[in-house]
Ligand binder design. Sequence first.
Ligand SMILES: Cc1cc2nc3c(=O)[nH]c(=O)nc-3n(C[C@H](O)[C@H](O)[C@H](O)COP(=O)(O)OP(=O)(O)OC[C@H]3O[C@@H](n4cnc5c(N)ncnc54)[C@H](O)[C@@H]3O)c2cc1C
Length: 355
Amino acid sequence: MTLSNRHTEDYLVIGLGIAGLLFCEQLIKNGNSFTVIDGSYPSASKVAGGLFNPVVLKRFRAVWKAREALSAFGAYSRLEKLLEFKCIHSDPIYRRLSSPSERNKWITAADESELEPFLSEQFKPNTHPYLKADFGFGEVLQGGRVEIKDVISAFKDYLMAKSHLAPMDHFDYTQLTVSSEAIIYKGKTYKNLVCAEGMGIANNPFFNQLPIQPNKGEYLKIKTRDLKLEAIYKSDIFLIPLGQDEYLVGATYNRFGQDTTNTIEARKILEDKLKALIACPFEIVGQQAGLRPTVPDRRPIVGTHPHFSRIHLINGLGSRGILHGPMLAEILYNSIEHQKNIPVEMSVERYNALF
Ligand SMILES: Cc1cc2nc3c(=O)[nH]c(=O)nc-3n(C[C@H](O)[C@H](O)[C@H](O)COP(=O)(O)OP(=O)(O)OC[C@H]3O[C@@H](n4cnc5c(N)ncnc54)[C@H](O)[C@@H]3O)c2cc1C
């Protein structure tokens, strides 16, 4: 079978977390034909809080490539149109300030050119009867939340309706034939293979030498009638309103966690941190865990396999997949289709010595 065969599709995509989904959005936008295979491996995206926040709130620094990342957010608006539901919310994020010196740090940071668009100079005094914040809050601008679990579910339905989604299956690498001419999988021919497997990369023989490591995160879901919050609050943890008096509380970071079981330890840590932020009763109604795909240099990895020009990767989205995903999907697409260079700091090229 050759590429001129009329049954050839442009892309085969493995994985439908945020990385695979946003890459598919590029394919739809540009009119490419494609099929997605998504298995039942744990998905970090389905348990993520969905936050996008352009500021490292521990250190008052702008997140790596925050401005470029936000300027690629048209992808979420296009998804809203395609899926016909509002999935992106520009909610304020209020960072609790713990002392007068932290207030001063905030004022200094808000004056810096890289942070000025993201930090309000006005402090919000704490007037809430159940929030513990003697020194008030600083407001982060241009942050918010994507309803990522619902987007994935609606996108799956869309793909199914358009016959872009293969039946739920694990990608079987023993059934793959790769040449410089084509990708052949289970008798069908594609021009390109895009691997977006999150921590499922451990089973990918083309890329599993890359240093993508799990960092386990856990969230609690709580219910309380007393808070009535509409914004996102941040102390040592994020407190994220979900509606109907429910909130997400989290998340934990554990680089030794290898599985997605809920732990008593994480529950206790999150409960204690929540009690340091709120002073009203709450009920824990859920807990969830996932594995963030992280890279030691804290940069994602996108690009093309050094020896197989038709196999590509988008992974290592770490703890900021919602913010960086649209930009990375666009960069990878433009590299494959238009031979645009990928900056080396995010490129698979920086690990060429491992292949
Ligand atoms: C508790 C927690 C909270 C988080 N909160 C946030 C947040 O608020 N904001 C934020 O930006 N980020 C957050 N993150 C990080 C975010 O979840 C990740 O950056 C992002 O989800 C990674 O997306 P991904 O598509 O690369 O991987 P995944 O979401 O893990 O998706 C990979 C997909 O590939 C599939 N797959 C894997 N192998 C195969 C195979 N062989 N065959 C078929 N399918 C396969 C899996 O089933 C899965 O569907 C959080 C993470 C955790 C754990």
